[in-house]
Design a protein around this ligand. Sequence first.
Ligand SMILES: [Zn+2]
Length: 399
Amino acid sequence: MATMEELKLRVRELENELIKCKQKQCATEQLHRPKIEKMSAEVVDSNPYSRLMALKRMGIVDNYESIRTFTVAVVGVGGVGSVTAEMLTRCGIGKLLLFDYDKVELANMNRLFFQPHQAGLSKVEAAEHTLRNINPDVSFETHNYNITTLDNFNHFMERLSHGGLEDDKPVDLVLSCVDNFEARMAINTACNELGQTWMESGVSENAVSGHIQLINPGETACFACAPPLVVAANIDEKTLKREGVCAASLPTTMGVVAGILVQNVLKYLLKFGRVSYYLGYNAMQDFFPSMAMKPNPQCNDRHCRRQQEVYKAQEAERPKNEVIQVEEEEVLHEDNEWGIELVSEEANEETQAAAAAVADLPEGITVAYTIPMANKGDGEMVEETEQSLEDLMAQMRKL
Ligand SMILES: [Zn+2]
């Protein structure tokens, strides 16, 4: 039992701690810069936008300040999503919507952005706090929920349609930075229905490859049109996330993927350079394959098929000299119209071991994550017919 004196001493110690904390908090608050009404190109040390606005002077971007008019939704604020959100915040994006249901854990500390003292906080809450400190000019809207449940999915759709910066407008772009098949499918479904352009990103479970992909419903292949790029048959996602078993991750690969993702976002929003439809990253060989894929006219998603009709009609009305065609850099395979097959006859053993049923993709493109698959595991390959693609998709939908 502590004596009265000891307790008094302890109270004094705690009071001192409290004062120190309060002082620290004041000091941090004073560091917060006030909001900046108008982006300026003035070259002074106190201007956080001088180096971004210099892109205009260098002739790269015509109107950098328009970045403030855009709203981007980031779904998944993990290894890729948090860094993506930070880059967009530092670039001065108008508004960010953040969706994630996870909490910060010490097991996340091998990646960038989150810090140990944030362990236990929700990722969106912790991220918003950090990002506001970095740039108070950005508006934030955070949703701490799983988008795949029915109620949340409806709310998610509603926010994509009305969460824009001004006048209840839709967001300008959705970024998928999630780590599982179900959430990707949910984003795909929502964006197909809304006709919302989005970008998908992924990092492989062995941490040494990744990709980004631009999906403009009706114009390019959606996530349901082209499963081979996302199918790695042998590992069951749910098994993988079992107690004591986890995917590998590297801050480097995640940083690279976040970097190429946000680069593509900036090019798309600010209209400079060539926007990539698909860009892969193979860390083992430092190889960056790129390509574009047309949508599948038999896609299982009816909204995808509807958007394809809409796109065709728009293209037909466009004056011929303005027609921009999706580039096809390489014909992947002749078996089906969108140039992809599920299984290569000649897939070498090494590739098969790494990623199971690997499609006949250009060198360097490997499947980026797994989907829940039953009845695989004996290395048996899916039949090489168009029908098998449908079967596979149907199978995936059931799971
Ligand atoms: Zn589709």
